[in-house]
Design a protein around this ligand. Structure first.
Ligand code: CAA
Length: 259
């Protein structure tokens, strides 16, 4: 399948989704780019076990939702545009496989929100992140007020959103928005190395861990721990559990199949 504004590259069990709009737009998210991301994510089959979201543009991961497209929207059109962004990012977030954002250059507004919809973010030394929407007279509209707050806490999220400040990768790491900062030329290699480590483990268990972490995050501890107990127990009797424990006892590497 071909897309206008993204490129999907699969190498083994790792697929990289490159945002690849006309470089002059700094990958700003218009309707077409959002629909391409949605179609790209939907096209993934069981051959993909880790997804990396990256940019084909050296200057920007994504510079935000497309301001030129948004400028003339009325309230109901804005609601539709936000709903599209929410739908696409929720789809990305709901994948059972790990998703890694590789942020190089500007990740502002909708770009930062795209990265926040991934499981975790690695950034290059050239990354600049932020949610500058209030400088445009609006607020983040693709989940930023909620996902950033859950990740870095209310006060940091409010500081970033109220000031609209752009922060560099080191500051983003300090506040827990990104996990590691890499030289730009080593960013994708790092993401792939992390993916390779993940691939050694049971896809079934990883999917379960992801679901329990995500579903438990907004529940009280007792309810969340019930989810964990259920998830733990459900894995028993699976091929991967039997194989993983047998391989340990037989002192050999396990061969997982995700079932
Ligand atoms: N939407 C549309 N076009 C954009 C854009 C965006 N978010 N960001 C950059 N561009 C365009 C610029 O208009 C410019 O195009 P022209 O040459 O046709 O004028 C081109 O990309 C290059 O941009 P600059 O000349 O501004 O490049 P720069 O290096 O001087 O600055 C930048 C780069 C700091 C990223 C700056 O472009 C900028 O501040 N962009 C806007 C960032 C922003 O506010 N993002 C949030 C958008 S709102 C949002 O995302 C809402 C939401 O949550 C749903």
């Amino acid at each position: 399948m071909t897309y206008e504004n993204i490129r999907l590259v699969r190498e083994g069990a790792v697929t990289t989704l490159f945002i690849d709009r006309n470089p002059k737009t700094l990958n700003a998210l218009d309707n077409q780019t959002l629909l391409d991301i949605e179609a790209g994510v939907k096209s993934l089959d069981e051959q993909t076990r880790v997804l990396i979201v990256a940019s084909a543009n050296e200057k920007a991961f994504v510079a935000g939702a497309d301001i030129k497209q948004m400028a003339g929207l009325n309230e109901s059109q804005a609601k539709e545009f936000a709903a599209l962004g929410h739908r696409v990012f929720a789809l990305l977030e709901s994948l059972s496989i790990p998703t890694i954002a590789a942020v190089n250059g500007f990740a502002l507004g909708g770009g930062c929100e795209l990265a926040l919809a991934c499981d975790f973010i690695y950034a290059s030394e050239k990354a600049q992140l932020g949610l500058p929407e209030v400088s445009l007279g609006v607020i983040p509209g693709f989940g930023g007020t909620q996902r950033l707050t859950r990740l870095v806490g209310r006060a940091r999220a409010k500081e970033l959103i109220f000031t609209g400040a752009r922060i560099d990768a080191a500051k983003a790491k300090e506040i827990g928005l990104v996990l590691e900062v890499l030289p730009a030329e080593g960013l994708l290699a790092h993401c792939n190395a992390i993916a390779e480590k993940i691939l050694k483990n049971s896809p079934l268990a990883i999917g379960k861990a992801k679901r329990v972490i995500d579903q438990g995050a907004d529940k009280d501890l007792t309810e969340a721990n019930t989810l964990e107990r259920q998830g733990f127990a459900e894995l028993f009797g699976s091929f991967d559990q039997t194989e993983g424990m047998k391989a340990f006892i037989e002192k050999r590497p396990a061969s997982f199949i995700g079932k």
